[in-house]
Design a protein. Structure first.
Length: 165
C-alpha cells in the first residue's frame, strides 16, 4: 500500500473511528480504514501497568478489558465508546478529566510505525541526537526536529505564544 501510494504520487490517510472534527480523515489521498482488522489487544502487563494494542482498539473496549485488573486508560473523549487508540494518538485526545488523567500523549511508551518510505521505526523516549536510528527516514525526521527545536527564534515563539497549561 505504501509502495503503491509512492508510485502514484499520493498519500495515505489512516482512519480510525473517523470522529475528528476538523476533517483529519478526509483528503485527496487513499483513506486506510484501520477499524476492521487492527482491533487486537496484544498484551496486558498488569505488574508494570502497560498494554500493547493495535490502533483500531476502541478506548472503552480497552477499559472494559482492563477493569477487572484494576487498571484503566485515562484519556476520555466524549466519543470514547467509538474513538480508537490510533485516532486518539493522532489527535492527542483528552477529555473531562484531562488535568488529572492527562492527554493521549502522556500515556504513550512506544509507537511502532511504518514511515512513508516503507521503513519500520519505533518511536520512544530517546535522545533525538542519537546517530544510529533503525531507519534513514527516522534519522532525517529527528535531525530536522532538532534543527527546528534548537532554532532560537522558534524557541522564543514557543515561549511567548504557546498557551500555558
Ligand atoms: C461529538 C464529538 C465530541 C468530541 N469530544 C472530544 C473530546 O472530548 N476530546 C477530544 O480530544 N476530542 C473530542 N472529539 C474529537 C474526536 O472524537 C477525538 O479526537 C477522537 O479521539 C478521535 O478518534 P478517532 O478514532 O475517531 O480518530 P480519527 O478521527 O479516525 O483519526 C484521528 C487522527 O488520527 C490519525 N490516525 C488514526 N489512526 C492512525 C494510525 N493507525 N496511524 C497514524 N495516524 C492515525 C488520523 O489520520 C487522524 O489524523 C469529539 C468529536 C465529536 C464528534
Amino acid at each position: 500500500m505504501i509502495a503503491f501510494a509512492a508510485e502514484n504520487n499520493t498519500t495515505l490517510i489512516p482512519r480510525a473511528a473517523g470522529t475528528s472534527l476538523s476533517g483529519q480523515v478526509v483528503g485527496s489521498g487513499i483513506v486506510v480504514d484501520i477499524s476492521k482488522y487492527f482491533t487486537t489487544i496484544i498484551e496486558i502487563n498488569k505488574k508494570e501497568r502497560w498494554v500493547r494494542v493495535q490502533p483500531g482498539v476502541i478506548r472503552d473496549d480497552l477499559n472494559y478489558h482492563l477493569q477487572s485488573l484494576g487498571l484503566m486508560y485515562g484519556p476520555e473523549t466524549s466519543t470514547a465508546n467509538r474513538a480508537m487508540i490510533g485516532g486518539m494518538l493522532g489527535n492527542n485526545s483528552c477529555g473531562l478529566h484531562s488535568i488529572v488523567w492527562g492527554a493521549a500523549r502522556d500515556h504513550v511508551l512506544e509507537v511502532k510505525t511504518l514511515l512513508s518510505d516503507g521503513s519500520e521505526a519505533i518511536f520512544t523516549r530517546e535522545d533525538i541526537r542519537q546517530t544510529k536510528q533503525e531507519s534513514p527516514l527516522k534519522q532525517k525526521i529527528y535531525s530536522e526536529l532538532d534543527t527546528l527545536l534548537t532554532n532560537k527564534h522558534n524557541q522564543q515563539l514557543i515561549k511567548t505564544t504557546f498557551p500555558r497549561c
